[in-house]
Design a protein around this ligand. Structure first.
Ligand code: TNX
Length: 537
């Protein structure tokens, strides 16, 4: 009944989508005008693209090769049936896709726009086109239409914590490919934490030989009694060759990878490998439980040298203009008890340990800026004074982002309330164990990254939003996907199409498209949660 009602509302409110079985575009384009008739894509269709649109053109041909068993033959602009045309009047990352009875024309002003036109074209093909290696050549009929589209936000991100649990490079590539399908453009790769250091650093081999492995893992809730350990040595890391491979893969998917190297907190794995980086100098193990730990980097010269050497190794691996330096959850007890830290506070005329953290981050920022890159930090970097060029990721709610925007700093919104996909998505008692919060699909869909506290001028500093997947309780790939899908579909629509202005109307329409999208997720072999869309959260 619910389904019929949704379909009814859907057809009434968006006549353009009346072929809902076929058209389930996510994120929803800014405008879509459906025409009568279809266009047949088969091996006789020819292709033209300018060199600037090579990534998009190649993606389309690789996609068709895999899913339909043929490629489009390249020909001249005049003769081609499917052409990519440069059109400087299109907005950044935007495109126009026109499918007529005889031609497909894609117009874009930049490579991203052309790439996203291809993702839309891909979603117009039936889900079977996503399945790999057909036994015989396929052909597909797609509707004639005109789509005019562009993103509301320039930053549309998804995060994955590969430190608490390790996911191999093949899975990370699949994760990135799925972002591309949804027109998301940033992958925030959480590479270091208390429970594991996951990126090879040539100068410091013990970061990975020791710091990438822990003796055993806590299973069960923070408050479970008795707590249990699984008794298994656990770990893994990415070599620099692995990283290069993933970065190259991301580039072909128009995704920028932002690496995160955590400091000064969440550093226990690094300190376990090199105890001199801590304030106590004692040998500690890689953490085996979850939470926030007292052992953090000590603001000594040798620590700064270490971090600068690490960053010098990391920066050339990633084309991203941003490097994420963490900055969250750094307890200050050890800095309170460390004579060197107290002397530094006095010498540099700092207010207290928060001032010292600000000094720490600013020093790192200077170094990162000197390499031509910008830092992003979690909202704790506001405490004690922001580093001059830092972008703030607001996670403990929206307030950090509001404060940063008022100080004219760029902001990425990632509040726990709407974008923590490690939180429960349903109230079903059979849900797999998760961290305590509750973020159902509708809650994600209701997200507006622009807080009402900001005026139009200040709102410009909100670059966009990101969902985070922390993996304390997420032990395998299937569970990663279960937590991410379908909630990421909502985040993609919020950040690309824009926040809903009429939830009661838009949400049922979205859910109908989510349901129609599921066969595509099946074809892509993605595990997803397919229940309880009504929860308000
Ligand atoms: C807080 S979000 C953290 C992470 C945890 C997460 C669990 C942030 C900057 N820090 O270290 O994994 O909560 O939800």
């Amino acid at each position: 009944m619910r389904k019929i009602l949704f379909l009814f509302i859907f057809v009434m409110s968006a006549g353009m989508f009346s072929q809902s079985d076929q058209i389930a575009l996510i994120p929803k384009p800014q405008s879509l005008e459906l025409k009568k008739g279809t266009f047949k894509i088969d091996e006789n269709i020819t292709l033209y693209f300018e060199p600037e649109f090579e990534i998009a053109g190649n993606f389309l041909n690789d996609f068709l090769q895999n899913g339909a068993g043929f490629q489009l033959k390249k020909t001249s602009e005049k003769e081609a049936d499917l052409i990519f045309k440069k059109d400087v009047s299109q907005p950044s990352e935007g495109y126009i896709l026109v499918i007529s009875n005889s031609k497909i024309t894609i117009k874009a002003s930049d490579a991203s726009g052309a790439f996203y036109a291809v993702q839309t074209l891909r979603q117009l093909l039936p889900p079977q086109a996503e399945a790999k290696n057909p036994t015989k050549k396929q052909s597909f009929s797609i509707p004639q239409l005109t789509i005019t589209d562009y993103p509301k936000f320039q930053y549309r991100g998804m995060h994955l914590d590969c430190a608490r649990h390790f996911f191999d490079k093949e899975f990370v590539k699949k994760y990135i490919a799925n972002l591309a399908l949804l027109k998301m453009n940033y992958f925030h790769w959480h590479l270091t934490d208390d429970q594991g250091w996951r990126i090879e650093i040539k100068k410091y081999p013990e970061l990975t030989s020791k710091g990438a492995f822990r003796e055993e893992t806590l299973i069960g809730h923070y408050n479970d009694t008795p707590q249990k350990f699984d008794g298994k040595r656990y770990g893994g890391f990415y070599t620099q060759e692995d990283i290069k491979e993933v970065v190259a893969f991301a580039a072909k998917h128009n995704v920028t990878i932002i690496p995160e190297i955590e400091m000064p907190g969440h550093a226990q794995a690094a300190i376990s490998a090199y105890p001199e980086l801590g304030c106590t100098g004692t040998q500690i193990p890689v953490a085996t439980t979850w939470g926030v730990f007292e052992d953090i980097f000590c603001p000594k010269e040798e620590t700064f040298t270490f971090l600068e050497n690490v960053l010098s190794d990391v920066i050339p691996l990633f084309p991203s203009e941003y490097i994420h330096i963490g900055g969250d959850e750094a307890p200050k007890l050890q800095w309170k008890n460390c004579a060197h830290c107290q002397k530094l506070i006095k010498d540099k005329n700092l207010k207290d340990e928060h001032g010292l953290q600000s000094y720490f981050i600013q020093r790192i920022e200077k170094f990162v800026n000197s390499k031509g890159k910008k830092i992003i930090g979690w909202d704790e970097i506001l405490e004690g004074g922001l580093a001059p060029n830092a972008t703030v990721m607001s996670w403990r709610g929206m307030q950090g982002g509001i404060d940063a925007a008022k100080e004219k700093h760029d902001v990425i919104m990632t509040p726990t309330s709407h974008s923590y996909f490690d939180y429960y998505q349903s109230d079903n008692p059979d849900e797999p164990l998760a961290i305590g919060g509750f973020v159902p699909l509708k809650k994600v869909y209701s997200f507006n990254p622009i807080p009402k506290e900001l005026n139009a001028e200040e709102s410009k500093y909100i670059l966009g939003a990101q969902a985070n997947l922390w993996t304390e309780y997420i032990q395998n790939e299937k569970q990663v996907e279960y937590m991410v899908f379908p909630r990421i579909l909502a985040m993609s629509e919020v950040t690309w199409s824009g926040p809903s202005e009429n939830l009661e109307k838009d949400y049922p329409d979205f859910v109908t498209r989510v349901e129609a999208f599921m066969p595509r997720l099946d074809s892509l072999n993605i595990n997803y949660a397919n229940h309880l869309y009504e929860l308000e959260g």
